[in-house]
Design a binder for this molecule. Structure first.
Ligand code: ADP
Ligand code: MG
Length: 361
């Protein structure tokens, strides 16, 4: 592999069309990449040292991995660490980071950062790391170095997505299928509503959901909830575990049903599946908050075909499938519902499926 001395790399955030909290259950997800991305201006150094700055924090952090790195720079150090741990000779580098991905809104700014840095270091070092293997390495950085027990979806989306497509990922086999998602050609729009609800309890609750799913699979004597059917759930005694597992089992089915419809070009018909996914997250998985529930209800009342929270939960964003010419009305109705409930004003953007990580120059 040839090396480069410097350049600019970018990796996007994502929304997940459907398939929430299924990735760590070996299940199915269907994210697409956003045009919002994190950019890294990178230059190789002739010594094993990394000098990292972020326009978001205004800070510059220098590390050589002899001491643990904490805070936001841990996402960068984790990539260096995971590459080294996998046996790669990682080049030292100066990395200047800027991002258009809203942070902590469930749009995966963390994976965008990891995947942009990973792309840069791979090219600067001429490392032989096939694209298909990059998501696992970036996930390992977040799991083992940063300490966040995330699944594989975010890093896969940020790396593997293609413009105009959603990414159907089997999180067990890592098999990938690019599903065409021509919203514009169908007069449709995915309206993303940032609820701006304060993210609270996110880390602990995420870990608790993951533990519940693992416990349910263990009681059922299955490798993961991916392998469970609705009939299996009658073998669980704990009503809470039944509800948690039911979300995962039904959500995997909804992903597959969504893909069938999209393959047929019947995009509007996925609306009820999106809304059913939201109800499952609200009632069975219990990861929604009043702001996102309000956004979903108001969007549907104003004519959206379907709507759901996207991302890990406890705040963050809602996506709504709307006719393009209804988008403004739906946004206005959601804003009005937030006003009536005394919530912080939401923000809105229209999401079009964009490409995954890439070298820009
Ligand atoms: P999400 O991935 O949904 O945006 P996370 O909590 O997983 O939320 O990741 C957000 C964290 O990622 C931030 O708190 C920060 O530590 C780090 N991060 C993301 N983008 C940047 C950036 N451009 N500069 C510095 N840190 C960043
Ligand atoms: Mg994240």
């Amino acid at each position: 592999m040839s090396t480069v001395d410097s350049g600019v790399w970018a990796a996007p955030g994502r929304v997940n069309l459907i398939g929430e909290h299924t990735d760590y259950c070996d299940g199915f997800v269907l994210p697409f990449a956003l045009p919002h991305r994190t950019e890294v201006i990178a230059a190789r150094l002739d010594r094993p040292e990394w000098i990292v700055s972020s326009s978001l924090t205004g800070e510059t952090v220098t590390f050589d991995l002899s001491e643990p790195v904490t805070g936001w720079a841990a996402y960068v150090a984790g990539i260096v660490w995971a590459l080294r741990d996998a046996g790669y000779d990682v080049p030292g580098a100066r990395l200047d980071i800027s991002s258009g991905v809203p942070g902590g809104a469930g749009l995966s700014s963390s994976a965008a950062l990891e995947c942009a840095v990973l792309s840069a270091l791979v090219d600067l070092g001429g490392l032989d790391l096939p694209v298909a293997q990059r998501p696992k390495l970036a996930q390992r950085a977040e799991n083992a170095y940063v300490g966040v027990p995330c699944g594989i979806m975010d890093q896969s989306a940020s790396t593997l997505c293609r413009a105009g497509h959603a990414l159907f990922l089997d999180c067990r086999s890592m098999a990938v299928e690019q599903i065409p998602l021509d919203l514009v050609g169908h007069g449709l729009e995915i309206l993303v509503i940032d609820s701006r609800a304060p993210h609270q309890l996110v880390d602990g609750e995420y870990a608790a959901r993951r533990a519940a799913c693992e416990k349910a699979a263990e009681i059922l004597n299955l490798p993961a909830l991916r392998d469970a059917t609705l009939a299996d759930l009658s073998r669980l005694d704990d009503p809470l575990l039944i509800r948690r597992a039911r979300h995962v089992v039904t959500e995997n089915d909804r992903v597959l049903a969504t893909i069938e419809l999209l393959r047929d070009g019947r995009i509007r018909e996925i609306g009820p599946l999106l809304t059913a996914s939201h109800a499952s997250m609200r009632d069975d998985f219990e990861i929604t908050v009043p702001e996102v529930d309000t956004a979903v209800e108001a969007a549907i009342a104003a004519g959206a075909y379907g709507a759901r929270m996207t991302g890990g939960g406890f705040g963050g964003c809602v996506l709504a499938l709307v006719d393009t010419d209804r988008s403004d009305d739906v946004a206005a109705a959601v804003a009005e519902a937030f006003r009536a409930n005394g919530f912080t004003s939401p923000s809105f953007f229209s999401a079009t499926p964009a490409p995954g990580a890439t070298r820009l120059s």
